[in-house]
Write a protein that binds this ligand. Structure first.
Ligand SMILES: CC(C)(COP(=O)(O)OP(=O)(O)OC[C@H]1O[C@@H](n2cnc3c(N)ncnc32)[C@H](O)[C@@H]1OP(=O)(O)O)[C@@H](O)C(=O)NCCC(=O)NCCS
Length: 377
């Protein structure tokens, strides 16, 4: 028998490089690159659809390519009737992430080329998912709140349409910029847990829908994308800036994690935070909720003083979505509606790598235990 007790376990796969990627790079000192472009430049100068094109094709689009992609995305925002009917049938207490996970899986049954695994068809499939995931999220919200479903507006882009389908009203220029930047900042992030889950599924040559369904289930956890919803419950619990110190100390004394803080890779501030802080601040100013923004600034200072950790993407993302009128339980679905772009790009890259992702383990159980028949146990 081969003894594998002595296999080295890298707990949590911390620092392990499981594959090569050209899609994005998370620089521990606090930078993020998509295909080599710094996120700080992308968020200022390109729209979300350019990022979608970049991640799926490896280059920024020409004007013609961008226009084509935008039209394709709007056309693909329409859902199969069966998906809409399913969304209407789920128990009202089901979490939006449960519905999203189920309906992405359901979408696979309506794929127009189910047998094809060519890269061309996979890019088409990715575009379908990038367009349809936000519509699933918006449709769920509209049906839950007994509001009419709204058809996409062909005159505007995907992020603006997402807000339009969700809220039923046209976004103004500041809201439009906020949702576009939110989606760009959430589009991809290296080998995070949900992307890795998607790549593991893709590495068995399973289909893109299965890979993305697994990714949604992984994102749902509060240590990953589920954190943004929890941030808002924490902010709701703290009434004034004066309460912050005791509240945070109480959480730390109880060994509880402060949601929206800390990161596996970054050793300084998450590079997305500075952008989301500005967006959240502007929106809070407009909605007369600067008290919430100031509370966040105080929490940042106190957590840093006590633990030397920084806010991650989820902290100000929560405040941003709240100011855009998104209910707390839809925060993670908004994250998923943007990350769908990165997940599908990674699935396509993983197919090209063509290797099964299958680690080993260090077995620490027993061997050769004596067997007792059922009637004698
Ligand atoms: C994201 C997360 C899972 C990373 O975990 P990790 O890689 O194991 O964290 P680290 O090893 O860098 O933690 C270093 C130290 O900071 C502490 N820490 C990290 N995040 C913390 C948090 N949010 N609240 C309190 N303490 C935290 C750890 O307990 C550890 O303390 P110790 O050295 O006293 O044991 C963790 O930071 C976390 O749970 N954050 C809250 C959930 C969240 O916001 N998730 C979204 C991530 S984008």
């Amino acid at each position: 028998m081969v003894n594998n007790h002595d296999r080295v376990v890298i707990r949590g796969l911390r620092g392990v490089a499981a594959a090569e990627t050209k899609i994005s790079f998370v620089e521990p000192l606090g930078a993020l690159y998509y295909l080599g472009y710094n996120i700080d430049a992308l968020v200022e100068h390109v729209c979300y659809e350019e990022v979608v094109y970049l991640l799926l094709h490896g280059k920024l689009p020409t004007r013609k390519e961008l226009d084509e992609l935008k039209s394709q995305l709007i056309a693909e925002m329409i859902l199969p009737e069966a998906v809409i009917n399913n969304i209407k049938s789920f128990p009202l207490n089901s979490h939006p992430m449960e519905v999203l996970r189920t309906e992405i899986s359901h979408l696979s049954m309506y794929d127009p080329d189910p047998e094809s695994t060519s890269e061309h068809v996979n890019i088409r499939r990715a575009i379908r998912l990038v367009a349809k995931v936000p519509t699933i999220v918006a449709t769920l919200h509209r049906t839950r709140t007994n509001q009419q479903l709204v058809a996409p507006n062909e005159e505007v882009g995907l992020p603006e349409n997402f807000l339009y389908l969700f809220r039923g009203k046209t976004a103004d220029s500041e809201e439009k910029e906020a949702i576009d930047r939110f989606m760009t900042l959430h589009a991809d992030h290296g080998f995070n847990a949900s992307t890795f889950a998607a790549r593991v599924t893709a590495s068995t040559n399973s289909d893109m829908y299965s890979a993305v369904t697994g990714a949604v289930g992984t994102l749902k956890g509060p240590l990953h994308g589920g954190a943004s919803e929890k941030v808002m419950y924490m902010l709701d619990d703290i009434n004034t800036e004066e309460e912050v110190e005791d509240y945070i100390q109480g959480m730390l004394d109880d060994q509880k994690k402060i949601m929206g803080f800390g990161h596996r890779v970054y050793r300084s501030e998450d590079p997305r935070t500075k952008h989301l802080r500005v967006i959240a601040g502007n929106l809070c100013h407009r909605t007369n909720t600067m008290n919430l923004y100031n509370l966040c600034r105080r929490i940042e200072n106190v957590v840093h003083e006590k633990k030397k950790i920084f806010p991650n993407v989820d902290f100000y993302a929560a405040v941003t979505l709240n100011a855009l009128g998104v209910p707390f339980d839809f925060f993670t679905p908004f994250f998923a509606s943007s990350r769908i772009c990165g997940w599908t790009a990674h699935v396509i890259e993983q197919y090209k790598d063509a290797v099964l992702l299958r680690p080993s383990s260090s077995y620490v159980g027993e061997y050769g235990r004596p067997f007792t028949p059922l009637e004698k146990r």
